[in-house]
Design a protein around this ligand. Structure first.
Ligand code: NAP
Length: 518
């Protein structure tokens, strides 16, 4: 079998290839090439998905012209058949004909599915390789399994890159993919990643495990595979071009997790402070799956969110006094010996924004709610010497917390007569239904209102409080300060909290704008 690269193009290609290949789709050839024109300056590595065109052949002269005008561009031509997960409905012969013509038009790489390769004569593929580099690809749309056996079958065909793409149904599937890449990439040029929302880790870290490159979408409406993230996200949030063997891995784990803003906030901090680290969203459907990943990736630190803040406690080797009292952990440090230490930084998320505005000692604070966030607020404020009152829908829960933290309970009926320095909303009331508020206007007698809800930015409660003359502390400050404290615990550096706040404010504005346009 001839395994040597057949032309100098294949030998030189790896030197020219960035880590991210942008998948470009359009329904007509003019749009396809115009889109490529708009992208190529920032993204010189493009995949033209010819199978998205009703007549792919018509695009080839335009692609030829594009490559003449942009000699620095590296282009993969893909015309995936519908049977293998693409959109091309033609025969294998016409698929190969289009790909051969794409090579003739100057595309430096073509993608041929293993199922197509199995049906054609070896000479056909070798002829193609005389003009272009061949990516032999295999996609498993259901699971991550038998990766080495699959590669063994693929190796029956000589190719320049072997692309093995699976679907992550657990977080641990990312570990399986990365172990496969680490083991096999010394011997073969591989591209490997897991599709699906749970495959994000492999898309970010696969390149350091040995994947020659990875794929990204132009934007989220133009994904060519489930779970594909945008090039912008891979480059500016996850800094994929800088990820190397020394890069530390952190993440936020929860279920669901796709809406978490923590990756934006903490990657901003890592970048700003030049910490060689990446912070990823980990969609953990079980704690067992998460803990197996933490051990094997290895992950240096975790933010823990719903629904695991309490359940994680029994898996920790130790925790700080806060965490044990509050009964919830939102931060984990994995020590070098693999031991897990827990912290609760939600207290800092409440205390720090207040400290920036007032003296907490002896301040009268009313906390609405007695759940996890309220507990962090009550304990944090009591430690700073505040006089804390708790009001909760379920009185018994409020009484229990008040007893434990040496705080007091408040009666709703008394609120009109009582005045506070701060009222903190630690309930979700006003989040899903903007007409709801945890208090009526005449019950808000306070200097400051701190609403933990940050989406929407202006709840009814906040509007009423402003009308009553109260100063507002937005919930996003809690989000940022709890993350800032996490950053300090993990890195030992002061957190650039004002940059973190700016980054999350922009992300929230973009999200709100998108919601309006939907
Ligand atoms: P949790 O543990 O589920 O507690 C929810 C609390 O709200 C409970 O005390 C519950 O009362 C009360 N509650 C729920 N629905 C209510 C309703 N319809 N009317 C009156 N009270 C109601 O939740 P959590 O983790 O503490 O979170 C609470 C809020 O804080 C959420 O909106 C969350 O998004 C927000 N939060 C924000 C940040 C941030 O960074 N800004 C951080 C953490 C949490 P019962 O005891 O009677 O059920």
């Amino acid at each position: 079998m001839n395994t040597a690269p057949s032309t100098y193009v294949q030998r030189l290609l790896p030197l020219r290839m960035p880590r991210v290949c942008l998948a470009v789709t359009a329904s007509d050839p003019t749009d396809l090439v115009e889109k490529a024109e708009s992208l190529v300056r920032d993204n010189p590595f493009l995949e033209f998905r010819l199978d998205y065109l009703s007549r792919p052949g018509l695009a080839l002269p335009k692609i030829n012209h594009f490559l003449e005008v942009h000699p620095h561009a590296v282009v993969i031509a893909t015309c995936r058949r519908a049977a293998n997960g693409g959109k091309f409905k033609g025969s294998i012969a016409s698929q190969l004909d289009i790909l051969a013509k794409a090579a003739g038009a100057g595309c430096q790489l073509v993608d041929v599915e293993m199922q197509t390769a199995a049906k054609c004569k070896p000479e056909q593929l070798q002829k193609m390789r005389q003009r272009t580099a061949l990516i032999l690809s295999f996609h498993d749309f259901r699971a991550t399994r038998k990766l080495e056996e699959t590669l063994g079958v693929m190796r029956q065909h000589t190719a320049d890159f072997y692309k093995v793409v699976s679907t992550a149904t657990t977080l641990y599937d990312n570990v399986t993919m990365m172990k496969f890449l680490e083991k096999e990439s010394d011997r073969h040029s591989l591209v490997g990643l897991c599709m699906g929302e749970q495959g994000l880790v492999s898309r970010v870290l696969g390149v350091r495990a040995g994947s020659a490159f990875t794929f990204a979408a132009v934007n989220l409406n133009e994904q060519t595979a489930p779970g594909q993230v945008t090039a912008r996200e891979l480059q500016s949030v996850y800094r994929i071009e800088q990820v190397d063997a020394a890069t530390r891995v952190y993440g936020v784990a929860g279920d669901p997790i796709s809406h978490s803003l923590s990756p934006v906030i903490l990657n901003t901090a890592m970048r700003r402070e030049n910490v060689n680290a990446v912070y990823v969203a980990l969609h953990a459907k079980t704690l067992k799956d998460l803990l197996a990943c933490v051990r094997d990736i290895p992950i240096h630190g975790l933010s823990i969110t719903m629904p695991y803040k309490e359940a994680i406690l029994e898996h920790l080797d130790n925790s700080d006094s806060h965490t044990a009292k509050i009964g919830a952990c939102n931060t984990v440090v994995r020590a070098q010996d693999g031991k897990l230490y827990g912290f609760n930084t939600d207290t800092a998320g409440v205390v720090r924004p207040l400290e920036q505005r007032m003296v907490i000692e002896n301040a009268r604070v009313l906390v609405l709610g007695a759940g996890g966030a309220a507990r962090a607020a009550v304990w944090g404020l009591k430690e700073r010497g505040a006089e804390v009152y708790i009001l909760n829908r379920n009185l018994a829960t409020a009484q229990k917390l008040a007893r434990q933290a040496h705080a007091r309970t408040a009666k709703r009926a008394d609120l009109k007569k009582l005045a506070f320095d701060v009222i903190i909303n630690a309930t979700p009331v006003g989040m899903a239904d903007p007409r709801e508020s945890p208090l009526q206007e005449n019950e808000i007698n306070t200097k400051y209102v701190f609403d933990m809800i940050y989406e929407p930015a202006e709840t009814r409660f906040v509007k009423m409080a402003r009308a009553r003359g109260a100063q507002i502390i937005p919930g996003v400050e809690m989000l940022v300060h709890q993350a800032a404290r996490q950053f300090e615990i993990w890195t030992g550096k002061p957190a650039p909290w004002d940059d973190m706040l700016r980054a999350v404010a922009i992300a929230l504005q973009e999200r709100a704008a998108k919601a309006v346009h939907k």
